[in-house]
Design a protein. Sequence first.
Length: 393
Amino acid sequence: ETGDTTLDIGFVNTASCTSAITYIDGDAGILRYRGYPIDQLAEKSSFLEVSYLLIYGELPTEAELEDFTERVRQHTMLHEDLKSFFRGFPRDAHPMPVLSSAVSALGTFYQDSLDPFDKAHVEISTIRLLAKLPTIAAYAYKKSIGQPFLYPDNRLSLTENFLRMTFGVPATDYDIDPDMVKALDQLLILHADHEQNCSTSTVRLVGSAHANLFNSVSAGIHALSGPLHGGANSAVLEMLDGILESGGDVDTFVKKVKNKEDGVKLMGFGHRVYKNYDPRAAIIKKTTDTILNKDGVGDPLLDIALQLEQRALEDDYFIERKLYPNVDFYTGLIYKAMGFPTKMFTVLFAMGRLPGWIAQWREMIEDPATKIGRPRQVYTGETERDYRAIGDR
Ligand code: SDX
């Protein structure tokens, strides 16, 4: 379980850093946050408690959780000037660049407490980000549908507050659905950290230059927006919609993937590390059944997803390449059932991943030995040659 570096012929494959936060065994399909198995945390913990665990390294006592919850609760509101920031975006702006820009802008309101080496500054920035990202995410959605922003209601939990600010309107009360809150809280737990994935490595790399926490997280949000990374959950829905529109013909689609027609991939399948079923996908699949069959009305997209999974798990093409469902395969179906539009799916991923980004950034700042060093390369360009005048080229 100790990271070691191996130099494969022709390809440098090294551990990018050491970290004590999250452990993954890709072959065995194991994921643990600070030693606790993901299935136990998903079943028994809460997103805010898991955020505490990732950031401070231990599960909180009741008093510690109460204090942490209260500190976060005090910071859910945005500065009024930051609210006007959203007006600068076009109505159809994708919420991910809005989220990233707003997080970077958020830091500009706290110029006096951005020093990565001042423990009090790091602590208040941690609390501000955890508290305000859900508010920013809700406002990015409200902006896209032209509805008024709702102020946070601190009598609610962080997840309840987010749902109310997202789906509530000033004209009527918003009824909190406990099943939806529980399902979303669990999804946020499952996304909370995942060792050195693309977006977390981005946060660490940007932070290693001593950029402040807001700017480092803002960079991580952009990395997450890529369709091969956090953008995959939206791409899965688009893929399932496409199959449904073509009459639900799963076999023809699978054939296209195997023939690599137009580079089409089975989105939500495969993983750089898991060469087994992603443990998060197994947990999410159970929640999918609960949420989608809640009102007894199934979803044709779920049927297509189940057929796709069945086909892929039996097909040598996918078995040989160790392609199994990953965290993104089912999440989009749940988010859609909750009422989120596809372009908000990756925003939800970012909300979940935030405590992991913060924990990893703090670990790197506190212990430079865990820093991702300046990456090197294997040079494959031209050997030395002399400059030639333009007439001689
Ligand atoms: C996330 O790093 C993390 O931890 C990320 C994440 C996190 O929590 O932060 O887990 C979240 O990003 C999950 C992944 C979401 N992305 C997708 O679902 C997009 C679809 N997946 C692929 O893009 C791909 O599987 C990757 C990028 C995720 C992983 O690629 P690998 O393991 O490096 O595999 P590869 O690109 O080297 O491909 C190996 C072979 C190739 O075929 P051959 O050239 O050998 O014939 O597998 C094929 C690929 O074409 N392949 C796929 C495929 N993924 C790989 N073929 C069809 N569909 C796919 N999804």
